[in-house]
Ligand binder design. Sequence first.
Ligand code: SF4
Length: 352
Amino acid sequence: MKNVMEKIRGGMHIIKLKLFKKYAPLEINIHITDKCNLKCTYCYSNFYKRKCEDISRQDIFRIVDAFKELGVLEVSLIGGEPFLHPHIADIINYVKDKKLSCSTVTNGYFLEHCIDAVKRLNMVCVSVDGPMGVNDITRGDGSYERAIAALELLKNNGVNRSVRATIQKHNVNNIDEIFDIAVRYDAILNFGLLFPQSSEDGKVKTVSKDTPGDADLRKALSKIIELKKKHPTRFFNSITNLKNARDWPPPYTRFFLYEDELKEFPDFRPIPCYGGRTFATIDTDGRLYPCTNLIGYYDAPNVLKMDVKEAWFNIADHKCRACFYLSSVEKNLVSSMNFDAIRNIIKIGHVR
Ligand code: SF4
């Protein structure tokens, strides 16, 4: 019943947006901490090296209040490792007491310490990149076992869970094994693709050395599409989204296309971007970006230094027009009321 109500609220939200052309946030991602106990080699912001201060509990409450007034439906708490924020349980409880959907992405090491708050989460995405010998190459020794223990814990406590697998050169041929892990823990499978990686000072973006070759990535995406067709409710990503990624026209080292770059690919039909219109991301330093992929690309308004609503109304006007990031594109599809994406969400019953 709770899920049905959430879907109705989400649907009304999008219809309002379409009718009144009002940019109301559906989902806000908040990087609440840079701290991380792991050192994944492909980490897109090198969070464990940056060492920004955590966003304080009071600031997070203020941000959540402002977005709630703007109409947000879901708050996603991310990091770093969000469970290293000293007030993570209070933050989850605050979001839930506001009657908002709350999800998180975690490496799974610290869930046990605040299991009561964890049980209130609508979705916990646990990062697992494949079987132990593959996962631990990039995520570190012992990280597979801890992620699997977290999935077990979530399963035993009846918490909605997903396996979040980032496709990179070490696991690009392990799609079947990743699928088996999700089945074993009755988790939704949520694939991610690599983001550009920031230098330590955040000023330079580079291509991760873990980036797979284009042909391998396309093959993996074709495999995922094949599995999705057979097991539609096991995968978070819709087929339209997966095909957009598989058929991305430039090399995958071109992470997104600006308006003026689209003319290079006249046959490509980009999925309209709603970044900064129906979703956004707050970096740990307080900057509000249209989406996670644009972190560090420009001097974004800072919600720790200005009114949150003022910042929100200043991020929609960007020139980024197309990308292949599965999590962002899914939101773009839902916001544009794409039939396949809406049907997918109704079938799987979760927005993340
Ligand atoms: S097209 Fe939109 S969602 Fe994709 S990277 Fe650009 S701003 Fe983000």
